[in-house]
Design a protein around this ligand. Structure first.
Ligand code: SAM
Ligand code: CA
Length: 285
């Protein structure tokens, strides 16, 4: 099966055959082997090499390709595409948000007239640039990551797109940065939109802090809440499928977070099956 000009295996079988770099300090995803390359003449018109390390939840590769080619790539900003193609060269590219999800978030941001935003987990900046392009010129993104180096790859595209001035990057563990923000009254009830895409075991710790920082009616989007489809599997099933240890390790945290969000009356929520799953949480009180 081919997608975006590259052959990818179906996500579950891919997970069973993958390896990830050992010194993973960032989001723990799996790296999927590229199996083969599609012949030039069989490539669709807008086809381009992207993430060969897919973790998307939609199992029909043909349908996924249709979505990308028909509705996502034709609207993808030039620098967003440039950043994506640069990121594909990075060994950690599996961490990049999928283009269809970024497109979805862009429409959502504009629909909300979001101006003050936050991102936890930046990597090379694909979702960051998508956000920066969708907020007004005086809009802001407080962007957090434990590692600034990844962003060096995407920064030239962000500058070229003319949106670098919207970004306030804070390096360090997000929990510390959130506590710094909480120490400043002006950030309470301040954010229209918060995208959480970092260490899955800490989502549960970010949540009470984010509820104080997001405004009533604002949105917190938690990414990867379907966690490669593993959330629906039992330990025995995960054993049988030989899922990568990183997927297995974080699975109970994601399951726990999903359970918590479903029962949290302070928010209104929807787990959307796009990308690797994103749970939208609107603060109601
Ligand atoms: N949002 C990015 C995108 O769309 O391309 C992908 C982010 S990547 C999945 C996760 C990022 O979270 C990594 O860059 C990693 O360095 C960062 N991260 C991991 N643990 C963190 C923590 N405790 N605090 C802040 N960032 C963290
Ligand atoms: Ca993600």
């Amino acid at each position: 099966t081919h997608l975006n000009g590259s052959v990818v295996s179906e996500s579950e079988s891919a997970m069973a055959t993958t390896t990830a770099p050992k010194d993973a300090s960032s989001e723990s995803d799996v790296e999927v082997k590229e199996v083969a390359t599609v012949k030039e003449e069989t490539k669709p018109k807008h086809s381009q090499p992207v993430n060969t390390t897919e973790k998307r939840i939609l199992s029909s590769v043909g349908l996924m390709e249709y979505i990308l080619e028909s509705s996502v790539y034709p609207r993808e900003h030039e620098q967003l595409k440039e950043l994506r193609l640069e990121t594909v060269k990075d060994p950690w590219n599996v961490m990049m948000s999928t283009p269809d999800e970024a497109r979805f978030l862009q429409v959502l941001l504009k629909l909300m007239n979001a101006k003050n935003t936050m991102e936890i987990g930046v990597y090379t900046g694909y979702s960051l640039l998508a956000t920066a392009l969708s907020i007004p010129d005086d809009g802001k993104i407080i962007a957090m990551d434990i590692n600034r180096d990844f962003l060096n790859l995407g920064w030239p595209s962000i500058e070229k797109a003319g949106v670098a001035h919207k970004i306030d990057f804070r390096e360090g563990p997000a929990i510390n940065t959130l506590d710094v923000l909480l120490g400043e009254e002006k950030y309470h009830n301040h954010f229209d939109f918060i995208f959480v895409d970092a260490d899955k075991n800490n989502y549960i710790n970010y949540h009470p802090r984010l509820l104080q920082l997001v405004r009533v009616g604002g949105l917190i989007a938690y990414d990867n809440t379907l966690w490669h489809g593993s959330v629906a599997l039992s330990q025995v099933q995960m054993d049988e499928m030989h899922l990568h240890e990183i997927v297995r390790y974080y699975q109970p945290f994601v399951v726990e977070m999903n359970k918590f969000l479903a029962a949290d009356s302070r928010i209104d929520s929807s787990l959307v099956s796009i990308g690797d799953g994103v749970t939208l949480c609107r603060r109601v009180v």
